[in-house]
Ligand binder design. Structure first.
Ligand code: DOR
Ligand code: ZN
Length: 345
């Protein structure tokens, strides 16, 4: 049994940092774990153009703790009115790697998202030409569709036509949650990959209702059945380079989670690598952690792999109950519970 794991410093290919005081509260956690992260643009108001993305990048860089070389990799938020010329500007900036498609109304701050994929076909054409990556929140918002089926229907109604119509566009189906999605990605062309969160690998949907309603385990896409969790584990331990790490760490204040109309999101960034290590270890696949966390993402994005390393030790620790988060508290995923691994900081 391995008790120490050293791996190339990983990256987080899907991260919510928010802004202002709350961003300053969470950023040091990601900076201590990861070299780079793809920063989600769903602020309020969202980051819909290059100028906003570059200004947001500057605010992040100013908040990075001294001594950290953390690099934010920026994205822009697609709307029905995004223009192809905005894609050209984004690419020219040198700091924007991807554009994010939120189906309108799918999740936090997605109201200005895309209402119909065909409305942005000229934008996708330009992204394909410019080599900007398309990031997908892969859920339909049709209220007729059961919440547990929204990912599968998205694959059928949106992803399949986009892959067919844009054969060289690089696409990441983010935070996949089902066996079907994992299978689909495996069989898709090499231009298509997926990120997987730690929370979808650790918990199934029972965790939302365990002994009472658990708002801190509510995220979108929602946790699925155990057979799907097992399917995701098989995917990441298969060694297939199409799957890589994206925490989707999504901090919300305690007040916005513990309420009648609570926000979706699990805050995992403070212990992301500890959580992923636990998953790989439980499947006796710790040797696969490095490619998932540190190689597959940069290889897909066409970026160099990182040069430094991190080390994780097998050691029981207790997670903090809370972090301060601006004027409120942030309750982390697994608050006050046991961890099996510890990252040496
Ligand atoms: O759980 C989630 N939280 N899923 C998302 O897609 C968005 C995120 C957020 O921004 O809070
Ligand atoms: Zn997200």
């Amino acid at each position: 049994m391995k008790d120490v794991v050293t791996l190339t410093r990983p990256d987080d290919w899907h991260l919510h940092l928010r802004d202002g005081a709350v961003m300053r509260a969470v950023l040091p956690h990601s900076a201590s774990q990861f070299a780079r992260a793809i920063i989600m643009p769903n602020l309020d108001p969202p980051i819909t153009n290059t100028e906003q993305a570059l200004a947001y990048r500057t605010r992040i860089l100013e908040a990075i703790p001294n001594g950290s070389a953390f690099q934010p990799l920026m994205t822009v938020y697609l709307t029905d009115t995004t223009s192809p010329s905005e894609i050209v500007r984004a690419k020219e900036s040198g700091h924007i790697l991807a554009a994010k498609l939120y189906p309108a109304g799918a999740t936090t701050n997605s109201n200005l998202g895309v209402t119909n994929i065909y409305k942005i076909y000229s934008v996708l054409e330009e992204m394909q030409k410019q080599g900007l990556i398309l990031l997908l929140h892969g859920e339909v918002t049709d209220p007729e569709i059961d919440i547990f089926d929204r990912e599968a229907v998205f694959i059928e109604r949106v992803l399949t036509p986009v892959i067919r119509d844009f054969p060289t566009l690089r696409i990441v189906l983010e935070h996949i949650t089902t066996q079907n999605a994992a299978d689909y990605i495996r069989e898709a062309p090499a231009t298509v990959a997926a990120t997987i969160t730690a929370h979808h690998l650790l918990y199934n949907r029972n965790a939302i209702f365990n002994g009472g309603i658990r708002p801190h385990n509510y995220c979108l896409p929602i946790l699925k059945r155990e057979c799907h969790r097992q399917g995701l584990i098989r995917a990441i331990t298969s060694g297939n380079p199409k799957y890589f790490l994206g925490t989707d760490s999504a901090p919300h204040s305690r007040q916005r989670k513990e309420t009648a109309y609570g926000c979706a999101g699990c805050y995992t960034a403070y212990a992301a690598m500890e959580l992923y290590a636990e998953v790989f270890d439980a499947s006796r696949a710790l040797h696969q952690l490095e490619s998932f966390a540190s190689f597959n993402g940069p290889d897909f994005y066409g970026l160099p792999r990182n040069t430094g390393t991190i080390t994780l030790y097998r050691k029981y620790t207790l997670s903090p109950d809370r972090f301060s988060f601006g004027i409120d508290d942030l309750i982390p995923f697994r608050a006050g519970e046991k961890f099996e691994w510890q990252l040496v900081k």
